[in-house]
Design a protein around this ligand. Structure first.
Ligand code: CA
Length: 237
């Protein structure tokens, strides 16, 4: 485009803010407009999802706690529809929702509230520079198939619904089939760094996973290696 005449290279980049706190949304909108962005605001998750799918944005700033649909649901739904718009998630400091989970559902980056406006702009510019990410490769181990972008998991062609934590545990195993992975490593990779609970939570999740991916299919994908951890078996016989 000619004659847009932007001074600092900030073209008319269009951003969507999905945030129900009216004052915060207005503050961020004003600030971003001063930086040369064009900004739309959606006050709930449903409207945000609608706007993100019907318009073309360079990035979406997405709050987690939202009316109608929460941020995770909006993010997961966009990815499920193969919409790869860069998403910056705003997470609450209280830790009820965590950053790992934000990234699990397909967000590209996150900021913890309260954040400074300067930091927000820096993150946004970095995201926009990176642009729409290439869709991550589908992981396949034997009859298991995990699509990190769509957040889907299949056993022998059958869709199995996993929670975000279960999904990230399976992603860890499927990136390293046959490796013994300790409970501590699973905990550190798949839980929020601030998690202070017992490492044995991992056992609980391995049990959940076996109920979903092993028992119904009469398989033993997840092997316990006594005293060492767990291993994903590529083939079960
Ligand atoms: Ca909120």
């Amino acid at each position: 485009m000619e004659g847009t005449g932007s001074r600092d290279g900030a073209e008319r980049v269009r951003i969507l803010i999905v945030e129900d706190e009216v004052e915060l949304a207005a503050y961020v909108k004003r600030g971003l407009e001063r930086e040369g962005f064009t900004v739309d605001v959606a006050g709930d998750g449903q409207l945000g999802l609608h706007m993100a799918t019907t318009n073309s944005y360079e990035a979406v700033v997405l709050d987690i706690m939202l009316p109608k649909l929460n941020g995770y649901q909006v993010c997961a739904e966009l990815r499920a529809r193969s919409n790869w718009v860069p998403i910056l998630m705003l997470t609450a400091k209280e830790g009820e929702y965590d950053e790992a989970e934000a990234l699990d559902t397909g967000a590209d980056d996150y900021l913890t509230k309260p954040f400074s406006f300067v930091v927000l702009v820096a993150h946004l510019r970095a995201l926009i520079r990176r642009g729409v990410g290439a869709r991550p490769a589908v992981l396949t181990v034997g009859e298991l198939r995990l699509d990190p972008a769509k957040r889907t998991f299949e056993v022998d062609g059958e869709l199995v619904s996993l929670t975000p934590t279960e999904m990230s545990i399976m992603e860890l195993f499927m990136r390293r089939p046959g490796d013994v992975i300790s409970k501590t490593e699973i905990l550190e990779s798949c839980w929020d760094w601030a998690y202070e609970g017992d490492v044995n939570i991992v056992e609980v999740y391995i049990r959940y996973l076996r109920k979903k991916i092993d028992i119904p299919f009469d398989r033993k994908h997840l092997e316990t290696v006594r005293g060492a951890g767990y291993r994903l078996m590529a083939e079960s016989d």
